[in-house]
Design a protein around this ligand. Structure first.
Ligand SMILES: *Cc1c(COP(=O)(O)O)cnc(C)c1O
Length: 231
């Protein structure tokens, strides 16, 4: 059985407090870090809870799973795609998501740009960088990031908000910390070189939140700490 809303509230309150504490430790303002609940593998109620709590966006990994839930949840709630996307689903993703965080190829950029143009919208995206050089993760290699960004900036129907990464699974907390520091360094370099702020740094999940906030995350994607383990 899925958790009750009361349980969600307690966990969300604790998480908001923890994020504020971590921001304080890092000398940052809590307003700099957005909490994105990740509702994948959970029922539509997970997204409805987030909306009721006052959070205005949720993250999903799969296009079809999100579409199935969108009709069952408040229309004002925004959906962000955080899972791998194939170019042949670009139109569907551009239609239903308010931002795509997992953009990792020129082919996908071109397909999203075309779809956004057809839909008459400017679609916000993040470029996914494999900042931990983990063979098990999607995202472009750091050395490929400048080329991908240059291509993205030439797409008139896309708006590049920043970068996203997933840290390698590891028992060593330093691995996540180094991955996030690396992403921030890549962002700083690209921002200088291309004259764009690339303000959004989507990094950090339930288990590596502290390292992410210490290294400058502006958006943490949290599933387990809010909803419990996934089936
Ligand atoms: C599932 C997922 C999350 C959330 O992970 P938790 O460990 O449950 O907090 C965050 N980001 C991405 C890309 C995910 O796939």
């Amino acid at each position: 059985m899925f958790i009750e809303y009361d349980t969600f509230c307690l966990r969300a309150n604790a998480l908001v407090l923890r994020i504020a504490e971590l921001c304080q430790l890092a000398g940052r303002s809590p307003s700099e870090v957005t909490l994105l609940p990740v509702t994948k593998n959970h029922p539509a109620a997970a997204a409805e809870y987030a909306a009721r709590y006052g959070l205005n966006a949720v993250g999903e990994n799969r296009v079809q799973e999100a579409i199935d839930k969108i009709g069952l949840t408040p229309p004002a709630l925004r959906w962000e795609l955080i899972g791998h996307l194939q170019s042949n689903k670009a139109k569907l993703a551009a239609t239903h998501f308010s931002r795509i965080q997992s953009v990792d190829s020129e082919k996908l950029l071109a397909a999203l740009n075309r779809s956004a143009g057809e839909l008459g919208k400017k679609l916000p995206v993040l470029l996914q960088i494999n900042a931990g050089r983990d063979p098990a993760k999607f995202g472009v290699e750091p050395t490929e990031a400048p080329r991908l960004l240059e291509y993205a900036l030439h797409q008139p129907h896309l708006q590049v908000d920043g970068l996203m990464t997933i840290a390698p699974l590891s028992d060593d907390a330093d691995v996540a910390r180094r991955t996030f520091a690396n992403l921030r360094g890549i962002r700083d370099e690209l921002a200088g070189r291309f004259g764009r702020p690339l303000a959004e740094l989507s990094m950090g999940m339930s288990s590596d939140l502290a390292a992410a906030i210490a290294e400058g995350s502006t958006l943490v994607r949290v599933g387990t700490a809010l909803y419990g383990p996934r089936e």
